[in-house]
Every structure is written in C-alpha cells, then in structure tokens.
Ligand binder design. Structure first.
Ligand SMILES: NC(=O)c1ccc[n+]([C@@H]2O[C@H](COP(=O)([O-])OP(=O)(O)OC[C@H]3O[C@@H](n4cnc5c(N)ncnc54)[C@H](OP(=O)(O)O)[C@@H]3O)[C@@H](O)[C@H]2O)c1
Length: 512
C-alpha cells in the first residue's frame, strides 16, 4: 500500500518560531482554515477486473469492507452510475452523503462526499494487472476552519480509516473466508429453548451480523430460481440477488403480481435479466408443467431457493386431493428439486436452499400420516411436520448429490415481519411485532447460502443468521431409518404418479 498524507503543522508550536517564520505560519494558518487532506491508497487483488468493479461500484456494500461503516444505503434506483447516491452511516455516529459524478465501467468512479465534518472528492480507479486487478483510491478531504484547527488528530485518524478500508476491501475481494462450523454454544442455547429462541428476533440478527463476512463472489454469470418471490422473504431474496447481478427466474402463482414484481426489481436494481414463471405450487400438475418448461429451456440453475409457503387453518385439500401444507411445503419442493437435478448438475457451483422454520423443532415426521388425516388437525403442526420432512430431504439430497458438487442446505429466517406471518398468525404477530426482523434480514441467510463462496463448503445443514444450528433439539423428533426410507419411497411414488400425461408448455419471460 502507498500512502501520501499532508498533515497540518501543529499550530501550538508558533510561539517558538522567529518573526519571519511566524508570518509564514500565519499564511499557512489561513490555508489551514480550510485544510485539505489527501489519501492515496492502492491494493492489488487476484480477481478479474469486471468482478472487482461490479463489487465495488455497488457502493452500498461498503459496510462489508470498511470497518468504520455501520451501513450503506442506496438512495437512488437503478444500476450504479452517474447520479447514484448513497448514504453511508459511520460507526462513529455521523453520516456521509455520496454522489457519483463520473462513472466509467471497469475503469473509475468519482464521487462527491458531504458530511457535517468535511466535504471530499473520492475517486476509485480500477485497472487490469498481470495477476488480477489494481484498485487505487484517492480522496481529497476539505475540513472547514474549526475542524482544521484540530491539528494532527483528525487527519491521522482519517489516514488510518482510509488504510483500514482498503485493507478491508482487499480481504473482501480475496474472498477466502473460513468455512462456517457448527458451534456447541449455539447448539446448547438452542436446546435450552429460551436462550435459543431470542435469536429468532431482530436482536438475534443484529448480534450475529457483527461476525459476518463480505459476499463478493461474482453473481453476474449465475441464475437463481426463487419460489414464492411475490411477497415477504422471497421478494427480499429476489431483490438482494438482483442487486448482486444474478439472472433471476421468479416463480409466482399470480401473473399480475409477477409482472409488477419484475418491473419493480428492474427499476430498483437496474438488473434487467429477470424473468418469471407462473405455477400454483400446491398443484402438482402445475409443478410438473413448470419443471417441463424449465427443462426444455435447458438453462443451468445455479441457485434454487424453495421458499414458497403458507400455514393453513382449517385443513384444506387441493383439487388433486392432497392436504395443502403437505402439497405446498413438502411434495412440491421435492418434485421441483428432483426434476431440476439435470439443470443443477450443469451449474458451476449449484446450491439448493430450502426455507424452513424453527417450528420444525417441535415435530417429528409422521410417515403414516403425511397428510394430517388422523386426529384433530392443527395448521401449525401440519406446517411443522412438512418443514421437518423437507429438512430430511435436505440431508438426503446433500448426501446423494455430494459427488455432483450440488450443495443443499436449509435455513430458518427467524421471525420476520411478512404478510404471511401477519395473516396466518395474527395473535403472534401482534405480540411480537416490535421484535420481528425485516423481510430483508430474514432472507439474508438464504441469499448467503446461495451466493457466498464459503457456504459452498458445507451441505445438508440447518442455518439461522449464517450460523449452523442443530436440526433436532430433542431425540423425540428424530425419525428412524425405516421412517426415513418410507418417507423417501412415498415422495418418489407421488412424484411419479403425479406426472401429467401431456405436459403443457407455458413459459413466460419478461426480459433476458
Ligand atoms: N416470515 C417468517 O417469520 C417465517 C418464519 C419461518 C419460516 N418462514 C417461511 O418462509 C417462507 C416465506 O414466507 P413469508 O413469511 O415470506 O410469507 P409470505 O409473505 O406469505 O410469502 C409467501 C410466498 O409464497 C407464495 N405462495 C404461497 N402459496 C403458493 C402457492 N400455492 N403457489 C405458489 N406460490 C405460493 C406467495 O405467493 P402470493 O404472493 O401469491 O401469495 C408468496 O410469494 C415460507 O416457506 C415460510 O414458511 C417464514
């Protein structure tokens, strides 16, 4: 790294100077009334130019690499470019307002910075080098008179901040983060219920995120298929992956909602490569038809996020005669995932992410009553059993497809403030509303499992806030081998028996 800092002279030394120097010092003091500080830092990273540019130019991700930043917020819609604006909240308690004034793809971006303490002009230059990319950051800070008199302390601090930001950027771009391991402390807290359950709230999210690393893996050449993308967590995941540059296919059951969603995501993120597919995922003929269309299109699926879900009270039956929780939450993602195996196999770093629920902890799979026909029906129990079934499938697929490099994980979003929770659990929603996370916070782990480099190293596990959690809290919910085998056989049979004789072709594409 190279540094070039012009620091102010310590004004308290003036008394020691002879008269001629005092005059010079006064002239310098005048200049000091609006003191300029220049930082110039360079890093070299072993990543292609376009990947580095894509990561840095979406400046709201600055919080991932600059340790002084609490969060970056993109304030203008569209892809990064001239006139993009960002609010950057510093951990020190003040905010910076960034505006891009010059933007050359894969070459440079120039930004003005406004804040209570200084104004600045920051330029980031990018250049392909023999080993990857060279990134140079040049910033000229102007301090108004009162702050300029702070003598050395402020510029020295600024220099440290600049250096650590560039070191953080280098680390983020190197993307060599540790493989996340299971923690005994977390598992014990989960088993004690209360210490575990507070993590489902927004407080748990905030506590965990302090340990997170950057997601700088390039998504521009990856394709994500997301179910239940028109609301809540699925919509938030779609937004995050679109902003990361991935190509998206969103599965929705309502054409108007899908159209609106695609237009909204394109407008907000500038990512135009967003298409949608229509399917009611509780109806297996529609799930099969969706698979047929996707298989015919033959595009690799790098990320499959099985997210669509709902909680049904009272018991409902689909037109095909399946209990609805079982159909939507278990049979449908099983058919979709297994039939899309050839497309997953074609991807470079394929991931399947199953969105489950902490509710699963309370239930064991009931292989002889998968459709809740016996005893009194409870929507929450049927929901939890179906999620438990998908956890078993997560483990099964992870093992079965390990040789193909297909990584399969399940996650719990915590308790997030979504239309689904408000409608299905109004009492719970009223009591916990102030503790619920945002949909974006709930969706984060699904996006991380799908997109980050380190998440590709672990398969078949259950995650909350990017941390591994046990899939059972008690032996009581653990299925036997024969129960597992029976579940697999039943799902296999149903996948085959629901295959329509003549699949309809109904692929709708908004933009590619
Ligand atoms: N929010 C939480 O706190 C929480 C906690 C644990 C687990 N989860 C899980 O997270 C996932 C997302 O839930 P959410 O809270 O985001 O709920 P949400 O806001 O109700 O979103 C559910 C999504 O699933 C879609 N969907 C529902 N039934 C469908 C069907 N038959 N065919 C196709 N799509 C269907 C919905 O489409 P429409 O827009 O057309 O309704 C919507 O896009 C679910 O699997 C849920 O079990 C959520």
């Amino acid at each position: 790294m190279q540094t070039n800092t012009h620091e102010p002279t310590d004004v308290t030394c003036i008394v020691l100077y002879p008269p001629v120097l005092i005059q010079e010092q006064r002239a310098y003091d005048a200049e000091l009334m609006s003191k300029t500080l220049t930082l110039d830092e360079t890093i070299d990273v072993q990543r292609p130019l376009h990947e580095v540019f894509a990561y840095v130019s979406e400046f709201s991700r600055i919080e991932e690499w600059d340790p002084a930043v609490a969060r970056g917020i993109k304030q203008t819609p569209g892809a990064p470019g001239v006139d993009s604006e960002y609010q950057v909240d510093m951990k020190a308690g003040f905010s910076l307002q960034y505006r891009v004034i010059e933007f050359e793809e894969n070459a440079r971006m120039l930004m003005t910075v406004d804040s209570r303490f200084f104004t600045a002009l920051e330029e980031i230059r990018f250049k392909a080098s023999r080993k990857g990319t060279r990134v140079r950051y040049i910033a000229k800070f102007d301090f108004p008179a009162p702050l300029a008199a702070f003598n050395r302390a402020f510029p020295a601090a600024m220099e440290r901040v600049g250096k650590s930001a560039m070191a953080g950027l280098k680390e983020a771009l190197e993307d060599k983060f540790d493989v996340p391991r299971a923690s005994r402390i977390l598992a014990t807290a989960d088993r004690l219920i209360l210490p575990g359950i507070w993590r489902f709230t927004k407080l748990g999210y905030r506590e965990s995120r302090r340990r997170w690393e950057a997601i700088s893996a390039f998504q521009g050449d990856r394709h994500a298929l997301i179910t239940g993308a028109t609301s809540g967590l699925g919509k938030a995941a779609a937004h995050q992956l679109a902003a990361l540059g991935a190509r998206l296919t969103l599965v929705a059951r309502d054409g108007n909602k899908a159209e609106e969603l695609v237009a909204e995501l394109q407008e907000q993120t500038g990512n135009q490569r967003i298409a949608y597919e229509i399917a009611d995922l509780s109806v297996m003929s529609e799930v099969h038809a969706l698979c047929d269309r996707l298989l015919a299109a033959d595009e690799p699926v790098d990320m499959l996020i099985n997210n669509a879900g709902a909680l049904f009270n009272p018991r409902q039956q689909t037109p095909e005669g399946f209990e609805k929780s079982f159909a939507l939450l278990l049979l449908s993602p099983c058919i979709l995932t297994e039939r899309l195996y050839p497309l997953l196999q074609k991807a470079e770093s394929p991931r399947v992410v199953n969105v489950l629920s902490g509710g699963m902890y309370s239930q064991k799979i009931r292989v002889n009553d998968l459709q809740s026909q016996r005893g009194e029906y409870s929507g929450s129990v049927a929901y939890a059993r179906a999620k438990r079934g998908l956890m078993i499938m997560t483990e099964e697929w992870a093992e079965r497809w390990h040789k193909d490099g297909i990584v399969v994980n399940a996650m719990h979003p915590g308790w997030a403030d979504t239309p689904g929770v408000e409608t299905a659990l109004p009492g719970f929603y009223r009591i916990t509303k102030r503790l619920l996370r945002t949909p974006a916070e709930g969706a984060d782990t699904a996006v991380w499992l799908a997109a980050s480099t380190e998440a590709a190293q672990v398969s078949g596990k259950f995650w909350l806030d990017r941390e591994q959690h046990p899939s059972h809290l008690s032996k009581r919910t653990q299925e036997t081998r024969s129960e597992r085998r029976k579940l697999l056989e039943t799902l296999d049979e149903l996948r085959e028996s629901t295959l329509p004789k003549e699949p309809r072709r109904r692929r709708k594409t908004s933009a590619k």
